[in-house]
Design a protein around this ligand. Structure first.
Ligand code: RB5
Length: 142
């Protein structure tokens, strides 16, 4: 199960990502927002991240205008490794090296096609499971 959330700045891109998830038969839970009315990105970061920490969902996708605020908020939640990625290399690398469990995107920064490619890579790239990367992730959690 994939958790997805955005503020108003990410709402339109969130709807495109939801369409991608539905087209690919990927189960998801939409934690809002549900329209373009102004709202606060930390609220949606918390909802999505809590669903991951509580193991209701395996990974999350968070979108705000830049992806910056919502990724900062997500990374305050213990156990969350949120990566703001606007290129394909970063999306693959953050899964392989950081075992990132949340992808952050900026709806005012990136085009839909590239965003969906990044989502596809993020969801389909496994963690390397290499000892040096496990050690580094453990140091983050301490
Ligand atoms: C909302 O206007 C905007 O500040 C928000 O979406 C995000 O870009 C914050 O980092």
């Amino acid at each position: 199960m994939i958790a997805i959330g955005s503020d108003h700045g990410g709402f339109l891109l969130k709807q495109e990502v939801i369409k991608y998830l539905e087209d690919n038969n990927i189960q998801y839970k939409d934690y809002g927002c549900y329209n373009t009315d102004s709202c606060d990105y930390p609220d949606f970061a918390k909802k999505v991240c809590n669903s991951i920490v509580e193991k209701e969902c395996e990974k999350g996708i968070l979108i705000c205008g830049t992806g910056i605020g919502i990724s900062i908020a997500a990374n305050k939640v213990k156990g969350i490794r949120a990566a703001l990625c606007h290129d394909c290399f970063s999306a693959a690398a953050t899964r392989e090296h950081n075992n990132a469990n949340v992808l952050a995107l900026g709806g005012r920064i990136i085009g839909v096609e590239l965003a969906l490619k990044i989502v596809d890579i993020f969801l389909n790239t496994e963690f390397s499971n290499e000892e040096r990367h496990i050690n580094r992730i453990n140091k983050i959690e301490m």
